[in-house]
Design a protein around this ligand. Sequence first.
Ligand code: CTP
Ligand code: MG
Length: 408
Amino acid sequence: MTRAQAGRWLILAAAGSGARSGEPLNKAFAPLGDSCAALLCLKAFAPFVDGAVVAIGSEDVPSWEAVERRAQVLTSVITVRGGLNRQASVSRALSHVPPDARLVAVHDAARPFVSAAVIERCFAQAERTGAAIPVVPVADTMLIVGESGSEEAPPRDLLRAVQTPQVFRRDWLARAYEDASDGAATDDATLVRAAGHAVSIVDGETRNRKLTTPEDFRIARMEIMLNERETQSAANQPRVGFGLDAHRLSPDRPLVLCGVTVPHTAGLLGHSDADVAVHALIDALLGAAALGDIGRWFPDSDAAYKGISSMLLLKRVVDGLAERGYRVGNADVTIVAQRPKLAGFIPAMRDSLAGVLGVDVGDVSVKATTTERMGYEGREEGVSAHAAAVLYRKQARSGGYSFDTIGP
Ligand code: CTP
Ligand code: MG
């Protein structure tokens, strides 16, 4: 995600009481999974803004303090006391927005499911036109019921439900609020339009609904539970990979296998230290993640890898996998060599691999075999290694990782 363009701020309106929600706490702070609406909003906006001014009610100070501790790491946060209605709360918050803010997004804390796409769309349009709000078509036919009992159904095609964030040039919004009477505008665009500015509309999302009723909270909690379950099951899907490598033996080289130097009359030839077992393991790991192979990650045309310890390459691969959301489950390596006898070195090899893979030694197996003098390993022309590895996803695909990028 790109870093916020400078001068963008958020006003989060969280100073209501949520009377219609039936929640024991103000709905902005009522539990949603292990979070709450106010915190979810701050998380959603953090990548897009320099900071946030949050309007809260006096009864919610303890709830807010718990949220603030978790929010400060996301973005800089200024807290203000709200007013009697939303308009008064936003007006107070506005007077605390730092002077270098160019664009201000006003968002209802009661809309915790706002997406990055909607936030970016509103900011981008407001950069162009000075004012932008997200809207969605309405599903139901609407009826205006007059005081005298008259009824009128406006054409549904023309109707839109207005959401937040509503993004404005700071000077337009400030002037609109200065000019506004003490009314109870339920959104900000109404005031900006009244001050004579056109307000652009962009596509909102039905998911970006305002949590209002007990029913809304029941559905929101169900949605969060299902998402967690999905994440959980995606995280538990094992992915298996296989790797194979072979190197030629040469009398003037050290023999390094699984990061352990094994005394012998010959060692393996290669661009790096030619640790054939680690190379097979790297290919197994990359194969499990479908991320190419060792040659694509560390081309032997690159002088940087000349003579390098293959254990360093393994570390880079494990780190690269972690960045993409994978952790190693277990690995199994078989080394095929006629000589020397490797049994005595296997405990050290398992320790060395486990350390870099970040797993218990019980999750790493190293085995050795001869080919009873058959083939190139049997004739001691070379050594080969086979490896299998299992990866687990630390988080679901939706974590924003790109899974098709090849390379470190
Ligand atoms: N809001 C605010 N200050 C107020 C009233 C409302 O900051 N004095 C905020 C709410 O916290 C909410 C948003 O404005 O995030 C939208 O208002 P609404 O959905 O009406 O929330 P509440 O007023 O809290 O709920 P209710 O009307 O059910 O009491
Ligand atoms: Mg209200």
